[in-house]
Write a protein that binds this ligand. Sequence first.
Ligand code: ADP
Ligand code: MN
Ligand code: MN
Ligand code: MN
Length: 336
Amino acid sequence: MSKLKAEYIWIDGYTPTANLRSKTKIVEGPVSDLGDLPDWAFDGSSTEQASGDNSDCALKPVFYVPDPIRGVDNLLVMCEVLNADGSPHASNTRAACTDISSKHSEHDSWFGIEQEYTFYNGTNPLGFPSKGYPAPQGQYYCGVGTKNVFGRDIVEEHLELCLQAGLEIAGINAEVMPGQWEFQVGPLGAPEVGDQLWIARWLLHRVAEDYEVTVTLEPKPVKGDWNGAGAHTNFSTKAMREAGGYDVIVEACEKLGKNIDKHISVYGDKNDERLTGLHETAKMTEFFYGVSDRGASIRIPRATANDGKGYLEDRHPPANREPYKVCAALIETTCS
Ligand code: ADP
Ligand code: MN
Ligand code: MN
Ligand code: MN
């Protein structure tokens, strides 16, 4: 028997945008499956998940990875929040996502989420001067060199930590606004893609602490002629990935167009500030899809059109999107 540190991570009850919380449980090792990790509890009155006179909320481990910060004998543990009777707490969006995903499991849905985010140094985006603005956008996206790139050491460390944790990271890149970056998670099924995204976000906030830099997932951190931050969601079903898939993708786009209000309503707060029709977005009030079109609501990648199969990119979700809700909505609309 050896003791290890398990960081129990959960999503709080703040609205409209929830936050990550975590605390450490000392657990008897070795841990070889979820069943070896005990349920736990926390004070829900401090996280907007309960009232003070009935404050205990339960934490149920649902996914874990080695903790690359404390050393890989320790663990990062994603948890669902449950009520005292064991039912999912109102803030728990993972439970519903799991239900919808298993109901449509024959479609074998995959998701690749592009998480954009912005570093802040105090009250300014990293790379912005203390007064005024930096040079206009142009050379920052995938840029190199001191005048174009801000925070690369944090980004590199985060990528390395994610890989050590065994997360399915597809890539990283510097974004259009200074101090803005992206990492991609997937392709993975649901709810796994959400579990991995939340842990990758936790690692990002955590590693940024060491640099005294803040990470924000605000959809439009700087008003004006500066790009917002999204979380494009690349999506495919088995039928889309097979011969004849292009027609299935077009059919899915048509279905998404008919349900767009429902999608926008669960995709995240302040997305209207970002979806303006400028800065590689379509207006929130419009819907259209197109091959290779980064001004469209849904982009069909050029390679997918050429191959006649592949995936679609839903460009609506903002950086602060709640992944379980977005995945559930995409499955529900396209697979029903
Ligand atoms: P962009 O060109 O929009 O910047 P990225 O390369 O950043 O695209 O992200 C594309 C994402 O799509 C990656 O996370 C990748 O893993 C994912 N992806 C690739 N193939 C599929 C697929 N068949 N279904 C869903 N996601 C996919
Ligand atoms: Mn991308
Ligand atoms: Mn991007
Ligand atoms: Mn994209």
